[in-house]
Write a protein that binds this ligand. Sequence first.
Ligand code: PHE
Length: 335
Amino acid sequence: MMTLDELRTTIEALEGDLQQRLATINDDASIDAFRVEFLGRKGRVSQLFKRIGQLDPSDRGKAGQLLNGLKQTASAAFAEKEAEAQGARLAKQLDDEQVDMSLPGVHSKLGYLHPLTLVQREIESIFMRMGFSVATGPEMETEYYNFDALNIPVEHPARADWDTFYIDEKTLLRPHTSPVQIRVMEQTEPPVRIICPGRCYRRDTQDATHSPVFHQIELLWVEEGLSLANLKHVLEVFTEEFFGEGYEMLFSGDYFPFTEPSVQVHIKAPGASDWLEIMGAGMVDPAVLSAVGYDAERYTGFAFGLGIERMAMLKYGIDDIRVFLTNDLRFIRQF
Ligand code: PHE
């Protein structure tokens, strides 16, 4: 048997223990130990509830009240400690994950486009705005596309200029982008309006203005009723967009087996005294049109080939072609 007074004394003692234990709580483990000891199913508060039956029945209601009060005190204390611990965990997490906005960033260097790529893209975009599309062909080319189809038969002296790096009897590294004209015309019916950028190879010894590897952009326009006047207009638009306003233009006679007449195009900057040669060009030779199956009575066309290096050198005042290939960062970073 137990009396109500004895129960009160036990509860007071337990409350004393509880306060002491609360004062020592300092981590998750001790919070948990506290919960088990006081609030667990077999904890000290539950044990006391079980003893209510030992009391005189008239005291049991009062005992229940006292024990519920005790249970509430213990639960509230536990909840408070638990909340404190959670707050501390969050604060620590925030602290750990803090980003210091004042630290210097990690600087990753961006690459640069090579000046030749920039110039090629600029030229492409000028002609694309005029309605030309971009076509490409292989750098390793057959003799047929490189010579025969361009009206340069085997014994023709013009082959000597372009007779370059042979890979086997019938295949060579192309010395110009003109073979792309043929490849496109074979696949397309007129009208044809294309530009063909690409790398070319020649048997040149490297010096300030020659390089065995260089780049060209070919242009070809075939349609009914085209004349040199149309070529001149296209070039005037190009010159103004690429170099600027006020340039004069001059055609002088030249010779290419695949154009007739053939011209060399020169431009002169406003106020300058020197003419600068910018490209070879001409009306497509009817023999070339016939060879791809076009009706040369009906269609005419013109073509040109310009050197991308030369355009870049003229535009930026570069006097040595070798700088494009030596990868000197002081040079290529300027673009
Ligand atoms: N293919 C010629 C060269 O490389 C240039 C050119 C192209 C001339 C088209 C006329 C027409 O020199």
